[in-house]
Design a protein around this ligand. Structure first.
Ligand code: NAP
Length: 242
């Protein structure tokens, strides 16, 4: 019994653990963006497959029986590749995506559908906290006026706005620390993707308690997949039915 987990998330590592415990031969695949990633149990391969065609060949060569797309909800291209490769091979695909965050009482969300739109909204604020990862920071680079506090896991390489401070650190983050970060940097808006999950949601509670608005980038549309799970345990239930 052979499974490929497209990972890079805590949920991917949890599925690897659960399947390995049940005797599956598990390979987890990571993109290779982070220099010292948290590794799942089982076999790990790192780097792209070469688009849908490359993934299709890889699945057939390795004799994979099920693919679990446990990638981050903003990782659009790899999810598209997984859907296309599953169609081409007939190998069952389970899409595991954690539920999106939902606006709570007192939240001041400015909901936007792209990072470009988020960047336009951010120019209205003097001290902006960016927690969007490294890849789309260039969208904010053309604002010469406001200060951007940029928190990423690894130092960014993209063009940055002229006035910035970079903080490298990896979650989970505690509520009191998030509040101290926002107060200490006089933050008046937070920018985040609607990633969902518990590891980084303290920043939303902190913003809520401090009355700070949040520019919330909505999730991109992902390919329609018949087998959908929102937790690692649901993946197990679906696998038993295949
Ligand atoms: P993406 O835009 O969908 O992927 C770009 C390309 O990177 C894909 O076409 C694929 O290359 C390769 N790739 C992506 N994920 C891969 C994986 N798990 N295994 C092998 N190759 C992969 O993805 P992304 O937004 O750059 O995210 C990359 C990874 O970081 C994902 O594994 C994701 O779970 C994780 N991550 C992303 C975010 C985020 O905000 N985007 C946040 C946390 C973690 P080929 O076409 O050559 O196969």
């Amino acid at each position: 019994m052979r499974a490929l987990i497209l990972g890079g998330t805590g949920e991917g590592r949890e599925v690897a653990r659960l399947l390995a415990e049940r005797g599956w031969h598990v390979t987890s695949s990571l993109a290779g963006r982070v220099s010292a990633p948290k590794l799942p149990v089982g076999e790990v391969r790192i780097g792209g497959f070469g688009g849908p065609a490359g993934l299709t060949s890889w699945l057939l060569n390795q004799g994979v029986e099920v693919v679990i797309d446990a990638t981050h909800p903003f990782a659009e291209r790899i999810s598209q590749s997984a859907a296309e490769a599953a169609r081409a091979t007939g190998i069952p695909l389970i899409a595991l995506h954690r539920p999106a965050w939902v606006k709570q009482k007192g939240d001041k969300w400015i909901e936007v559908s792209s990072m470009q739109e988020a960047a336009e909204q951010a120019t209205r604020f003097a001290h902006v906290l960016l927690t969007i990862g490294r890849q789309q920071l260039a969208a904010f680079a053309n604002d010469p006026h406001n200060l951007y506090v940029i928190r990423t896991v690894e130092p960014p390489s993209a063009p940055l706005p002229p006035r910035h401070r970079v903080i490298t650190s990896r979650g989970p983050f505690a509520l009191e620390d998030e509040k101290a970060l926002m107060i200490g940097n006089q933050i008046d808006v937070l920018v985040t993707k609607n990633s969902g999950g518990t590891l980084t949601e303290a920043k939303l509670q902190a913003a809520n308690q401090l009355g700070i608005p949040v520019i919330m980038v909505q999730r991109p549309p992902l390919p329609k997949v018949a087998l959908q799970a929102s937790t690692p345990k649901e993946v197990l239930t679906l696998i038993e039915r295949i």
